[in-house]
Design a protein around this ligand. Sequence first.
Ligand code: SF4
Length: 125
Amino acid sequence: MTQVCLFPTTSVHGAAGEFPTCPRRGPLRSVILAETGQDVRLCANCTNCDGLTVPGMDLTLGEIIRAAARNDPQALTCATLSACEDLLLRPIPCTAGLDLTSIIIALQREAELRGPAASSEAVQP
Ligand code: SF4
């Protein structure tokens, strides 16, 4: 039986000592929309999700969503992405009806895919 892999099986990072490369993948809002069907531009900046915190978070969930909406590299490089695993275990209420869990998981995958290049790849002209 032939298996089809939907995710890249090769690293986008260069070999040791090489400058990391990453194909441009478009604005973060487009990546998230394609992967989850969620439009981060709908975030109403209501701050209702800002109270959901765990140790190690440097941005609130709302700040990450809005950073992704404006294609800010912080959405991929913030410590919150790896610190908020416990928050993803239960539904996260959102005033705009966004599925925050799937958005955060999409950002985690994107950060892993882009690797060290994430901090410079997010913002495009
Ligand atoms: S609850 Fe939803 S709409 Fe409100 S700030 Fe958080 S992500 Fe944005």
